[in-house]
Design a protein around this ligand. Structure first.
Ligand code: URA
Length: 237
């Protein structure tokens, strides 16, 4: 059972904006199972209830949530004017979906795609501090002083940026680090290292919003019902 408020149901269905939908409800033009509904908070079961506007049935929009393991050599947009391969070439969906945030052309790893604008916004909103975990390979061993600087925070184009955690998964190899950050600014990880004179050679995102990458490169899967509910709960106050 998936239950949502009638104003959200109408807005999600794509027939109109949330504001316009609320106008229709106030005007008594919306019915649920043949009964006029005038409360915006009226709950609708997407799978069972029949919702009509002026007597016309409104089809609920099916939300799609995909987890993709992006390989190198794909750009994170829906289309590209230079005809490069995009992440959309890797997923098949009848619905129009789009990436949540972005990964660089040469970055690999976990990328969500969805048509749920609300969840997409929650996951990319800086205030929500959504954790991202990356494995990064740099051109020389990371010095302990620099590791501390990255953890304490450095100025990046006038705004402070920091990593929350930096560990070395292969203890003797300080050129490979596992990092946690809560930032989605463009090229954030690469720019943080660049600022301290390191070059990122490889970057792989293995976790986003607490969900681990668990499919091989180029493959995708649907998020489970529980994963979707958990994400929504975590980032909605
Ligand atoms: N930070 C980067 O520098 N690049 C990415 O693709 C993601 C995070």
């Amino acid at each position: 059972m998936t239950v949502v408020r009638i104003n959200k149901f109408l807005a999600d269905s794509g027939i109109s904006s949330r504001r316009k939908s609320e106008e229709y409800i106030s005007q008594g033009r919306v019915a649920v199972n043949d009964k006029i509904v005038t409360e915006f908070s009226h709950k609708v079961d997407i799978e069972k209830d029949i919702v009509t506007l002026d007597g016309e049935k409104i089809k609920p929009k099916k939300h799609i949530y995909i987890l993709l393991n992006k390989p190198k050599g794909y750009i994170t947009t829906v289309s590209d004017d230079r005809n490069r391969r995009t992440v959309m070439d890797l997923v098949k969906s009848k619905e129009r979906i789009y990436p949540v945030g972005r990964l660089d052309y040469d970055t690999t790893g976990l990328l969500f795609l969805t048509n749920d604008g609300e969840l997409s916004q929650l996951l990319t909103h800086p205030g929500n501090k959504v954790p991202r975990e990356y494995e990064v390979k740099i051109d020389k061993p990371l010095d302990e002083d620099d590791r501390q600087k990255l953890l304490q925070g450095i100025s990046l184009e006038g705004k402070r940026g920091k990593f929350l955690k930096i560990t070395f998964p292969f203890h003797n190899d300080k050129k490979i680090a596992s990092i946690v950050c809560e930032e989605g600014r463009n090229r954030f990880v690469k720019r943080m290292f660049r600022k301290l004179d390191y070059t990122v050679l490889e970057l792989n995102r293995f976790s986003f919003a607490g969900i681990m990458l668990d499919v091989p490169p180029g493959k995708s899967r649907n998020l489970t019902y529980n994963e979707i509910q958990e994400l929504k709960q975590k980032y909605t106050d």
